[in-house]
Design a protein around this ligand. Structure first.
Ligand SMILES: [Mn+2]
Length: 366
């Protein structure tokens, strides 16, 4: 039944269009000569990367009947993201285990080449890059590009392709795509376009709402609360900027989870969380400022310190390599980063104000 549907769709969607004007037609047409399709994304894939890979794999399998493979770059540690993979049964091949072949098309989603955000390093030529990040990568000689910088989520773009091809989206795929979009749109002001909202509306009737609720409320490990406590105790405000440090970040994605919470502190409009993980200071940034270009700002700041970063208008992530893990070396990188952040945000160099006064912290421990 699946094969019959695929063929009908292939005829109506791909061959039915003579001009290949729609992006999904051009995407599918370009894949016709390949024997299979492998999807790659950024390190520690998030719901938008996962949903985009799942959605595009469904598009390729339904319309072209070709086998697909989804990859995982690094670990997935964030509790919600792990719950998404488990509950929605997403089969991921660790990227280091992939044997690259030229007959296999490689499609990069939710990331751009040579941004330092992934391990894929041009082992074979990329066929396509489908993304929405503002921070640019090296896009030369890639046959198919669909990069929409203002868009809230890559999953919205993928949903658009499924709509163009008139596909019925099954529950699992719809739930993956929906959650991928939803997670990209939190924060204020909401980073959504009409295309994002159209995609959410299109998917909603097919979404498994119980699974979404389970993912949103995934059980959190003890290390989450330890890190949160550490972040609260180390937070300082500098005018409208709040900076939190976590000296032993158990998992890199935790910086993002913490900063999502800290940005809600009244009176600030920038929050930065930095945590030491392996030999890096991992960074996550949030802002409430419209057209803040947070991704670009962080990229410039850490670029001068030998690091890499990327992101969107109001959310960014990146890292700075640490010369050693001694407390002294970490402190030096932290103070250099603080100085650069204050400068770029036009905040006068000042002593920070503790979020929670030290006296209260000590009293609470009595
Ligand atoms: Mn994304």
């Amino acid at each position: 039944m699946f094969a019959a549907m695929s063929k009908a769709n292939a005829e109506a969607g791909v061959n039915g269009s003579k001009t290949h004007a729609r992006r999904s037609d051009r995407f599918l047409h370009g894949l016709e000569d390949y024997s299979s399709v492998t999807f790659v994304s950024h390190v520690h894939p998030d719901p938008d990367s996962l949903g985009s890979m799942v959605g595009l794999a469904y598009l390729v399998e339904s319309c072209l009947g070709k086998p697909t493979r989804l990859t995982r770059d690094g670990e997935i540690c964030r509790a919600e993201n792990r719950a998404m993979v488990d509950l929605l049964d997403i089969d991921l091949v660790p990227i280091e285990q992939v044997k690259w072949k030229d007959s296999n098309a490689v499609v990069m989603v939710d990331s751009q080449p040579k941004t330092g955000r992934h391990s894929f390093n041009g082992e074979v030529n990329l066929f396509a890059v489908i993304d929405h990040h503002q921070t640019p990568g090296d896009l030369e000689n890639i046959p198919f590009l669909d990069i929409r910088r203002g868009l809230g989520a890559t999953c919205s773009l993928v949903t658009r392709y499924l709509m163009e091809q008139d596909l019925q989206v099954p529950e699992r795929e719809a739930t993956c795509l929906y959650y991928g979009i939803e997670t990209e749109l939190n924060g204020v002001p909401r980073e959504a376009t009409a295309l994002d909202d159209t995609a959410l509306q299109f998917l909603y009737p097919s979404v498994n709402k119980d699974i979404i609720a389970k993912i949103r409320n995934a059980p959190l490990p003890e290390t989450f609360f330890e890190s949160l406590l550490h972040a609260l105790q180390s937070s300082f405000t500098y005018d409208h900027l709040l900076i939190s440090w976590i000296n032993e970040l158990p998992t890199p994605e935790l910086a993002a989870q913490v900063v999502d919470f800290m940005i809600r502190y009244e009176g600030i409009d920038w929050a930065v969380c930095g945590g030491v993980h392996d030999d890096r200071l991992v960074l996550s940034v949030r802002t409430n400022v419209h057209r803040a270009h947070a991704g670009e700002i962080l990229r410039q700041v850490v670029g001068k310190m030998g690091g890499k970063a990327g992101g969107h208008d109001r959310r960014a992530g990146g890292y700075i390599p640490l010369p050693s893990d001694s407390a002294n070396a970490v402190e030096q990188v932290q103070s250099e980063l603080r100085r650069r952040l204050l400068k770029v945000l036009h905040i006068e160099d000042c002593r920070g104000k503790r979020l929670v006064p030290r006296r209260e912290m000590l009293q609470n421990m009595m």
